[in-house]
Design a protein around this ligand. Structure first.
Ligand code: FMN
Length: 197
């Protein structure tokens, strides 16, 4: 059976897409960032909770606020990337359930009254949305460099103080310099990662 996407599209999204560390001098526009989010938002989340929040750092000034939180190995690639996204989770996502799940207004209250479930839900679904984010960026022709090498507490204090939003991971966005990529690491084979029952 032929997949609905072309081989070229599958290469762009998965097989030939790489994590980039060096950026070409080509900007990312605000319009592209809106296009990116307008795809990400359609990815599924449980009970349509949509807990991910994104801050796009586009200016030197904004990047300088992030810099002290970065692991040494992530500083250069982040400061030179056209855009760095802070991919975060809103642990009070349930306050928006009236809009997001209008046919069942009790859903928001169910999360509000069980913060342990709310926390797991925010992390699971916000992380899924982070995955959709990487694929959506590739789909509109951007390259990504995701990073967990940073001090979450410092980022949260700098960007999310006074809220229940917490950083999950960072993602540089731009047009990568493919000539600077190292050889790709292998992945697990089907037999190693999957079971057919
Ligand atoms: C959530 C996440 C966090 C990552 N953190 C870092 C990081 O802090 N620094 C870094 O250089 N690469 C980081 N990476 C990049 C991975 O090492 C890279 O995606 C992986 O080795 C696969 O490489 P490839 O995409 O080129 O095939 C991260 C990737 C993801 C998805």
């Amino acid at each position: 059976m032929k997949p609905p996407l072309s081989d070229e599209a599958l290469d762009i999204l998965f097989r030939k897409a790489r994590t980039h560390h060096v950026w070409r001098d080509q900007p990312v526009t605000d319009e592209e960032l809106r296009q990116l989010y307008d795809l990400v938002k359609w990815g599924p989340t449980s009970a349509n909770t949509c807990p991910a929040r994104f801050i796009f750092l586009r200016t030197r000034e904004a990047k300088e606020r992030l810099k002290p939180a970065l692991s040494p190995g992530n500083v250069e690639k982040t400061m030179t990337a056209p855009v760095t996204a802070i991919v975060a989770n809103d642990f009070k996502f349930y306050e928006k359930m009236g809009k997001l799940f209008p046919h069942n207004p009790a859903m928001g209250e169910r999360f509000a009254s069980n913060l342990q479930v709310a926390e797991i839900t925010a992390f699971r679904n916000g992380t899924l949305q982070g995955g959709y984010f990487i694929l959506a960026a590739r789909a509109i022709g951007l390259d990504c460099g995701a990073m967990s090498g940073f001090d979450n507490a410092k980022v949260d204090a700098e960007f999310f103080s006074g809220s229940r939003i917490k950083s999950n991971f960072l993602c540089n966005l731009g047009h990568g310099d493919a000539s600077k990529l190292l050889e790709r690491h292998p992945r697990l084979d089907f037999e190693e990662a999957c079971q057919l029952l």
